[in-house]
Write a protein that binds this ligand. Sequence first.
Ligand SMILES: Cc1cc2nc3c(=O)[nH]c(=O)nc-3n(C[C@H](O)[C@H](O)[C@H](O)COP(=O)(O)OP(=O)(O)OC[C@H]3O[C@@H](n4cnc5c(N)ncnc54)[C@H](O)[C@@H]3O)c2cc1C
Length: 303
Amino acid sequence: MKLINYLIIQIIPFLPKIFVRLVASPYIAGITDDEMLKNVNKLNKKGYKVAIDILGEHVTTKEEATQITERYAKLYSKIDLQNLDANLSIKLTHIGQDLGYNFVKKNLMILIDEAKKYNNFLRLDMENSPYTSETINLYKKAFEIYPNVGIVLQAYMHRSIDDLENLASHMFNVRICKGIYIENEDIAYRDYEKIRENYIDLVKKALRKGSYVGIASHDEYLIDKLYLWIKENQIEANQYEFQILHGVPMDKKLQQLINEGNTVRVYVPYGDNWYDYSIRRLKENPKMAGYIIKNIFNKILNR
Ligand SMILES: Cc1cc2nc3c(=O)[nH]c(=O)nc-3n(C[C@H](O)[C@H](O)[C@H](O)COP(=O)(O)OP(=O)(O)OC[C@H]3O[C@@H](n4cnc5c(N)ncnc54)[C@H](O)[C@@H]3O)c2cc1C
């Protein structure tokens, strides 16, 4: 089965986009705002909070960066109007980080003003290492204007423990993830167990310092280990949340966490740039492609 899944993943980039859309559909919450908002509503009804992300990164023109900023800004009023339990999670390169510091800062401040207006939250995703220091710098600028803003630290980065030390306070809101980009071993851990170890250290350290922590992982070993520690140390449920990507099949585990009084937030990506994201996600979990294709064939055979 492993070989079949592997072969499917190799073939997928050469197949028509419509096919990729079908196979990747669980990961994507739609293309339009309306499709995405419908999905957010459904997730809220199942007890999940949501972080919305418009797919895309590294825009190359100011026009595009401005358009994306405006689209994000409008989402705060749509969330408010529909009374949804959702915030936004953005990539700074999507709103113009490659086009100059002052330009991206201006766009970030537009979003911070909107978040403030609607009493909502904004998180800055963490991209690859050339952007880390500037992302932290911009996070600090945003925090000065409106503290309801958060950032991400990646457990594979050597520097994250020092970044946490410098940033952590009871006002700090951090998502901890393993890290998705390919980084040089001079600056990042490669060993799976070492990354897990650092992940655990980061979460514990942040919680001990009174920060709010988004535990963003599908690694059930990590989730179970940290949840046990949280209970043993009587960490209040309003100091952390579990976060997962839309479409990752973990419903049973997540519903159990919700039933036990925990917050679970689903990261909901959507938009026109669904193709590259889908290919990335399917490569991460070839089982998913195999499983969906099996379902499609079953449906055809049972007609
Ligand atoms: C909410 C959220 C936000 C994130 N934000 C960022 C960010 O800002 N910057 C950044 O660098 N990275 C981000 N990531 C990605 C993260 O860094 C990891 O690359 C990714 O989550 C895989 O690591 P894992 O902790 O799930 O563990 P892994 O060891 O990779 O996976 C654990 C298990 O989950 C399964 N799994 C993992 N991913 C998927 C998937 N997509 N579909 C199906 N099964 C899967 C694996 O097959 C494995 O069985 C984010 C992840 C999440 C969940």
